[in-house]
Design a protein around this ligand. Sequence first.
Ligand code: HEC
Ligand code: HEC
Length: 258
Amino acid sequence: MRLLTSVLLAAAALQAQVGRKEPIPPRPPVDAQEIAQGKRLFDGHCAACHGPEGRGAQGPNLAVPDLTRARGAQALFLVIDLGIPGTEMPRGGQLHDSEIWKIAAYVESIGQADPEPLPGDPQAGKRLYAGKGNCAACHWLDGGGGRQGPELSGIGSRRSLAHLRQSLTDPAASVSADYLPVTAVVGGRRIRGIRLNEDPFTIQIRDSSDALLSVRKADLDALDKHKGESSMPPYGSVFSDAELDDLVSYLASLRRSR
Ligand code: HEC
Ligand code: HEC
């Protein structure tokens, strides 16, 4: 299944590359004006997903020195023009080539900005992660952990401090479609978990003990999709403000090695 999905994604990516007929036009000089115009376009077209200053919201943090999906200016141009097929990153649509270069200049400029200062102590946060938070029950990190939630390796390169804090205090605020909580009832048995995949005839669920189940829809007694909910509990009342600062600092310190 996963293999099939990645083959399809690779095919889609290839198609997108042939999707641009004209060669990428030469890049205009990058100066303060180009960057300022790029910022205005970014605020209008991109900030809704990537957050103010590109520091991340439902889309990843772009204020990082190394964008894995857009290494180098030409690759960045193509990502903005064609989007990333199979993800929520849309095509540039009506953007003109010269506007794409302006946005690229702005995105590069925020990548060179200094990272935000950490609000707390990452070492204390690491202890809370392993101890009181029991976060590893659901999250994969450094080669171990659960699979109910997304892998957190390198999360500090992808997410802003504000997003990380909100993930802890209000997890339901932005749940990607990959983590839709579902309850299925099959033969009197209730299965609570995350929807991994679904087609007209079957649904695949990772249950709360991380087991993978594929259920024929014809066999379902009931299927509830908990849209707008997260299977991650809110931690705002579990931790003090200072502890939240420490935990956020620990997560922010988990950066992709370059
Ligand atoms: C509807 C939400 C949405 C909008 C609008 C959007 N993006 Fe994205 N973008 C995403 C998501 C989600 C990803 C992550 C895709 C993935 O790899 O899974 C992404 C990925 C990217 C990446 C690759 C990041 C990396 O780490 O390599 C870049 C660069 C990017 N977007 C730039 C932009 C720019 C510039 C705009 C505006 C022209 C924009 N995006 C508009 C959602 C969006
Ligand atoms: C019962 C399982 C569960 C537990 C326990 C749990 N999480 Fe999560 N977490 C999830 C799920 C599912 C998501 C994805 C849906 C969402 O964003 O709410 C998530 C999302 C996140 C995100 C957002 C990731 C992103 O890419 O935006 C962060 C950060 C996070 N969790 C950190 C933690 C930390 C730190 C702890 C411990 C204090 C923790 N989680 C405990 C299940 C869990």
